[in-house]
Design a protein. Structure first.
Length: 113
Protein backbone atom coordinates (compact mmCIF):
# COMPACT_ATOMS: atom_id res chain seq x y z
CA UNK A 1 0.00 0.00 0.00
CA UNK A 2 1.39 3.41 -0.89
CA UNK A 3 1.68 6.18 1.68
CA UNK A 4 -1.00 8.21 -0.12
CA UNK A 5 -3.50 5.37 0.41
CA UNK A 6 -2.65 5.31 4.13
CA UNK A 7 -3.19 9.06 4.35
CA UNK A 8 -6.55 8.72 2.65
CA UNK A 9 -7.55 6.08 5.17
CA UNK A 10 -6.46 8.26 8.11
CA UNK A 11 -8.31 11.24 6.69
CA UNK A 12 -11.50 9.19 6.42
CA UNK A 13 -11.14 8.15 10.06
CA UNK A 14 -10.45 11.74 11.06
CA UNK A 15 -13.67 12.84 9.35
CA UNK A 16 -15.69 10.20 11.22
CA UNK A 17 -14.18 11.38 14.51
CA UNK A 18 -15.07 15.00 13.71
CA UNK A 19 -18.65 14.00 12.87
CA UNK A 20 -18.92 11.88 16.04
CA UNK A 21 -17.71 14.83 18.13
CA UNK A 22 -20.30 17.06 16.47
CA UNK A 23 -23.04 14.50 17.22
CA UNK A 24 -21.97 14.38 20.87
CA UNK A 25 -21.70 18.17 21.08
CA UNK A 26 -25.27 18.46 19.84
CA UNK A 27 -26.48 15.67 22.15
CA UNK A 28 -25.04 17.34 25.26
CA UNK A 29 -25.44 21.02 24.38
CA UNK A 30 -28.08 21.47 27.10
CA UNK A 31 -26.00 19.73 29.78
CA UNK A 32 -23.46 21.88 31.61
CA UNK A 33 -20.03 20.28 31.88
CA UNK A 34 -20.83 17.35 29.59
CA UNK A 35 -19.57 17.34 26.02
CA UNK A 36 -18.75 13.67 25.35
CA UNK A 37 -20.22 10.21 25.97
CA UNK A 38 -17.54 9.42 28.56
CA UNK A 39 -18.95 12.13 30.85
CA UNK A 40 -22.52 10.83 30.96
CA UNK A 41 -24.10 10.32 34.36
CA UNK A 42 -25.83 7.03 35.18
CA UNK A 43 -29.21 8.73 34.69
CA UNK A 44 -28.18 10.03 31.26
CA UNK A 45 -26.83 6.59 30.37
CA UNK A 46 -30.31 5.06 30.81
CA UNK A 47 -31.81 7.67 28.47
CA UNK A 48 -29.08 7.81 25.81
CA UNK A 49 -27.71 4.26 25.70
CA UNK A 50 -30.87 2.28 25.07
CA UNK A 51 -30.21 -1.22 23.72
CA UNK A 52 -32.59 -3.89 22.46
CA UNK A 53 -33.29 -7.20 24.20
CA UNK A 54 -30.75 -9.18 22.17
CA UNK A 55 -28.07 -6.63 23.03
CA UNK A 56 -29.11 -6.68 26.70
CA UNK A 57 -28.67 -10.47 26.69
CA UNK A 58 -25.27 -10.16 24.99
CA UNK A 59 -24.10 -7.63 27.58
CA UNK A 60 -25.45 -9.69 30.48
CA UNK A 61 -23.60 -12.78 29.22
CA UNK A 62 -20.37 -10.80 28.83
CA UNK A 63 -20.76 -9.33 32.32
CA UNK A 64 -21.08 -12.81 33.80
CA UNK A 65 -18.31 -14.38 31.69
CA UNK A 66 -15.83 -11.56 32.35
CA UNK A 67 -17.02 -11.03 35.94
CA UNK A 68 -17.47 -7.29 35.35
CA UNK A 69 -18.73 -4.65 37.78
CA UNK A 70 -21.63 -2.24 37.38
CA UNK A 71 -19.05 0.45 36.60
CA UNK A 72 -17.69 -1.69 33.76
CA UNK A 73 -21.26 -2.12 32.48
CA UNK A 74 -21.63 1.66 32.28
CA UNK A 75 -18.27 2.04 30.58
CA UNK A 76 -19.13 -0.58 27.96
CA UNK A 77 -22.39 1.25 27.19
CA UNK A 78 -20.55 4.57 26.86
CA UNK A 79 -17.98 3.05 24.50
CA UNK A 80 -20.79 1.38 22.53
CA UNK A 81 -22.50 4.77 22.14
CA UNK A 82 -19.24 6.25 20.85
CA UNK A 83 -18.74 3.38 18.39
CA UNK A 84 -22.31 3.91 17.16
CA UNK A 85 -21.59 7.65 16.78
CA UNK A 86 -18.45 6.88 14.77
CA UNK A 87 -20.54 4.59 12.54
CA UNK A 88 -23.15 7.33 12.10
CA UNK A 89 -25.81 5.19 13.77
CA UNK A 90 -28.60 6.68 15.90
CA UNK A 91 -29.03 3.36 17.67
CA UNK A 92 -26.52 1.23 19.51
CA UNK A 93 -26.52 -2.01 17.54
CA UNK A 94 -25.34 -5.43 18.67
CA UNK A 95 -22.13 -5.07 16.66
CA UNK A 96 -21.30 -1.78 18.43
CA UNK A 97 -21.86 -3.44 21.78
CA UNK A 98 -19.82 -6.51 20.80
CA UNK A 99 -16.92 -4.28 19.75
CA UNK A 100 -17.01 -2.42 23.09
CA UNK A 101 -17.13 -5.73 24.97
CA UNK A 102 -14.14 -6.95 22.98
CA UNK A 103 -12.15 -3.84 23.96
CA UNK A 104 -13.08 -4.38 27.61
CA UNK A 105 -12.09 -8.04 27.36
CA UNK A 106 -8.69 -7.10 25.91
CA UNK A 107 -8.26 -4.54 28.66
CA UNK A 108 -9.02 -7.16 31.33
CA UNK A 109 -6.41 -9.50 29.83
CA UNK A 110 -3.78 -6.79 30.14
CA UNK A 111 -3.42 -6.56 26.36
CA UNK A 112 -3.70 -2.78 26.27
CA UNK A 113 -1.35 -2.09 29.17
Amino acid sequence: MSSSQQFEKSEKIRQRVIVAREIQGERYKQTVGVYANAQMSSKMLKEICVINTASQNLLKAAMEKLNLSARAYDRILKVSRTIADLAGSEDIKAEHLAEAIQYRSLDREGWAG
